[in-house]
Write a protein that binds this ligand. Sequence first.
Ligand code: GTP
Ligand code: MG
Length: 197
Amino acid sequence: MKITSSEFVKSAFARDHWVGGGLPEIAFLGRSNVGKSSLINSLLQRKGLARISNTPGRTQSINFFLINGSFYFVDLPGYGFARVSKAKMAGWGRMAEEYLSDRGELMLSVQLIDVRHDPTALDHQLNEWLVFNQKPHLVVATKADKLSGNALIRQIQAIRSAFEKSDVIAYSSISKRGRDELLDRIGAAAKKPHDFS
Ligand code: GTP
Ligand code: MG
């Protein structure tokens, strides 16, 4: 799939701020700092469209980006960052869970994992939830540029066996490894016949 246009549409802090709907949505999920916003920018080849920061927990809202005028990318807040207060974590859980379970427009969930680390309990929980609820999804092992050779192969293998019910794609927002494959998967999901009425 080719990206011909992309624009930031809005940040939502509550359900009634979600975009009007009627177009397919592709969501990006994963723990804080895993590289969700960077992956979105690298897919779109737009450096500062989704905000990147070295402060984990930066993206606190659900951010909608209109792609090719025909579907949305949805950047969800990261989970599992200890410095975010308990009250805020509960808020995250509700907001994201509500979006994931209720949003009819959601055509594909892209779950990001840091290729260097073993998946956390929350990574497993989210993956089990996606599998159990039969949500179309993919696991993307990102920051692949940070490992090389056998170490990379070993880690990807470990992630594949940890998430054996999911497809796993190795990705790097810096080298663009995996970009074409991920864009094709996204294009196919966005084109699936749908009826959101
Ligand atoms: P929150 O919004 O806080 O949940 O974080 P996020 O998941 O959106 O992560 P973000 O894209 O802000 O990236 C976090 C850090 O990881 C930044 O310092 C990025 O530059 C770095 N990073 C992200 N992707 C990659 C990658 O593929 N390779 C390398 N080397 N660094 C990356
Ligand atoms: Mg972010």
